[in-house]
Design a protein. Structure first.
Ligand code: PEP
Length: 249
């Protein structure tokens, strides 16, 4: 049985006091939920504060990015070992905003995935097509090549530790969600691609959907056979919305 996982990506939002307030309410309302597994990914500055408040709950801590080196002259970057010392378990890699605004390529994502795994962090690897790619019938080509490139040189044991997030770029932060059927089609394609590359372990890989998931559309998406959770942006900043998404599993 693969795990249902709901992760909140807070992006560049939330001061430390706002983070504390948000996470205290989450711990109160969903802190003991075991299914789905719940992850929150605050900005780097709030990781320590949030971790202290999560202790004793079932909610896990994730980061939104990391650099593909453990230390050195990389001004402004954060390494996997730094994240681990704070108690971070998961790390989002290859988010479309990183790919678009910070020119991250599949190659860079792949280096990060490898170092995250070697270090003991569990990656959430994001893939997704742009609107023009979907409209010109290239969704499977784009997703297939992102999967191959971002998950290069890994074996089935590595794949056991990875979460894949399918996030159509045209649905992120836009209020447009893929219909459950549209999302299922791509999730099934991704699972097939993972099966070709890694064998039966593909059936165990959690594939999250992301893109304007909210309290009132989560249940429909999560009821699809290959949708195993959600990566939630905007709605993860609102306690009632995020709780509703978690409770719709
Ligand atoms: C995201 O950034 O991963 C995301 C899915 O954002 P939103 O839920 O706001 O579309």
């Amino acid at each position: 049985m693969r795990k249902m996982i709901i992760a909140g990506n807070w992006k560049m939002n939330m001061t430390n006091s706002e983070s504390s307030e948000l996470v205290k309410s989450l711990v109160e309302q969903i802190g003991q939920v075991e299914n789905p597994l719940v992850i929150v990914c605050p900005p780097y500055t709030a990781l320590s504060v949030v971790k202290k408040l999560l202790d004793g709950s079932n909610i896990f801590l994730g980061a939104q990015n990391m650099y593909a080196e453990q230390s050195g002259a990389y001004t402004g970057e954060i390494s996997p070992s730094m994240l681990l010392t704070i108690g971070t378990t998961y790390v989002i890699l290859g988010h479309s905003e990183r790919r678009e605004y910070f020119s991250e390529t599949d190659r860079m994502v792949s280096a990060k995935v490898k170092l995250a795994l070697e270090s003991g962090l569990l990656p959430i690897v994001c893939v997704g097509e742009k609107l023009d790619e979907r409209e010109s019938g290239k969704t499977e080509d784009v997703i297939g090549s992102q999967i191959d490139g971002s998950l290069a040189d890994l074996d089935a044991d590595d794949m056991k530790k990875i979460i894949v997030a399918y996030e159509p770029i045209w649905a992120i932060g836009t209020g447009k969600t893929a219909t459950p059927e549209m999302a299922q089609e791509v999730h099934s394609f991704i699972r097939g691609r993972l099966k070709d590359r890694f064998g039966d372990i593909a059936d165990e890989v959690t594939i999250q959907y992301g893109g304007s998931v909210k309290g009132d559309n989560a249940a429909g998406l999560l009821s699809q056979p290959d949708i195993d959770g959600a990566l939630v942006g905007g709605a993860s900043l609102k306690v009632d919305q995020f709780v509703k998404i978690v409770n719709s599993v």
